[in-house]
Ligand binder design. Structure first.
Ligand code: TMP
Length: 413
């Protein structure tokens, strides 16, 4: 089901024979965070369906380029064949697409866009509506089919030389976007080689990833799960690009998903040099001591939510979860919750409904359950949509349902 991962995928540290480095105690990756053995965060199954299984959830830090990465890599066929993560269609997300569009327009007039990891085509549809000629590549059969049914050109498969060549044959894109994909990829050198296949010298490549700095600063440990094999810093991307045909020329910070960075790359043979990104490196705090504080804070947050739920249940109060995000799987398993603790978790995503939260017996139900059941507390695991969720649940809140946000510190609203 998974392979151990022992070298740095950005700078090669710990890779036997790489750049003259031999693996030994002083140049190996350092363990900085450990949640034990956990289920796969998006493995939403019915009660009688076979589950994919469990794997260690442990983070190793590269002492040289500060890339944090999981100690194992779960086979992509297991993680993505029947993928249930669907890009949100929330207002927050549409605003974010708008912001991306603005950045892209500042960099290029080109109209051909390729999205790597296009999911069900939500972002492709947005850019198509802005007169772009779009094409997506995605490994999830079920989601690629949804995109195609809406007239969005989608190639099914992982981003590899085969799918890259198919996309390139249709015309080299002026913009390549990979949103929250890069941190899922194991072999970065191969990914970069494929980017060479789909780019001309002026192609703008936007890689959006959660920023490890933000995750550490805000204590967002629930974004650590098996799909995210790496926790990127700008520094580690620079280390990766050193021997590549690409240069990073711009960095943008966004609040989406609890703090993301858009790393913009162009080929080194581009006429457009771009500006320096050095100032972004100075403020980045992603070293071992930042991980130590983060780990302590995560333990405290987990204890706080466990204690809160057990106290409420002991007092006869009802508690449910809100938003069956992958983050919710991390929380419920880290806290060891079962249906006795959380009656259900609501989610708007149809194909998550009537499944169980991975690793537990907690059912996922439709969002109407909040008003039907009027639980005393709803623990919000989709905290990244906080304002939107509080607004749209005004009626339930007026009827006494309190929303609990477990991050950055437990807060009852
Ligand atoms: P994400 O944080 O990984 O995008 O996942 C958010 C999940 O929360 C996703 O499954 C959709 C769900 N959700 C709701 O159920 N209700 C909502 O109002 C919002 C914004 C998200």
């Amino acid at each position: 089901m998974y392979q151990p991962h022992t070298h740095c995928r950005a700078c090669g540290l710990g890779k036997p024979g790489a750049q003259g480095i031999k693996a030994n105690a002083t140049n190996s990756l350092i363990p900085v965070f450990d949640l034990g053995i956990q289920p796969l965060a998006n493995d939403f199954c019915g009660p009688y369906e076979e589950r994919a299984g469990y794997a260690p959830l442990k983070v190793l830090l590269c002492p040289r380029c500060k890339l944090a990465q999981l100690s194992v890599v779960v086979r992509p066929e297991i993680l993505y064949a029947k993928y249930s993560y669907v890009t949100s269609n929330s207002d927050t997300m549409v605003k974010h697409f708008d912001a991306l569009d603005k950045v892209i327009r500042e960099e290029t007039d080109g109209r051909r866009l390729l999205e790597i990891g296009s999911n069900d085509g939500r972002m492709l549809a947005f850019f198509q509506s802005r007169n772009m000629v779009v094409c997506g590549i995605d490994p999830a059969d079920n989601l690629a089919a949804v995109a195609r049914s809406q007239g969005l050109r989608t190639i099914t498969g992982l981003f590899d030389p085969h799918t890259a060549s198919i996309a390139a044959a249709e015309g080299l894109p002026d913009v390549v976007l990979a949103r929250h994909v890069f941190c899922h990829v194991d072999d970065w050198k191969a990914f970069i080689n494929c980017l060479s296949l789909v780019s001309h010298p002026e192609t703008v490549i936007g890689i959006e990833v959660p920023h490890a700095h933000d995750m550490l600063e805000r204590g967002e440990f629930d974004t650590i799960y098996h799909e995210h094999t790496s926790y990127l810093s700008i520094r580690s991307m620079q280390a990766l690009l050193e021997d590549s045909p690409f240069r990073m020329f711009r960095v943008e910070h966004f609040p989406i998903h609890g703090g993301a960075i858009l790393l913009l790359l162009r080929r080194k043979d581009s006429n457009n040099v771009g500006c320096s990104i050095e100032h972004h490196l100075e403020s980045e705090q992603v070293d071992e001591s930042a991980w130590k504080s983060f780990s302590l804070r995560a333990r405290e947050n987990i204890s706080s939510l466990k204690e809160f739920v057990s106290t409420q249940r002991a007092n006869g109060k009802s508690v449910c979860g809100f938003g069956a995000s992958a983050k919710s799987t991390v929380w419920v398993n880290a806290c060891g919750f079962s249906r006795k603790d959380l009656l259900f978790i609501t989610d708007t995503t149809l194909h998550k409904q009537w499944k169980l939260s991975p690793g537990t017996d907690i059912p996922i139900v439709d969002e109407g359950a909040i008003l039907r059941e009027l639980p005393d507390y709803a623990v919000c695991f989709a905290w990244n949509f906080r304002n939107e969720i509080l607004e749209k649940n005004a009626l339930a809140r007026s009827k006494g349902v309190k929303f609990v946000f477990p991050i950055p510190e437990l807060e009852i609203v």
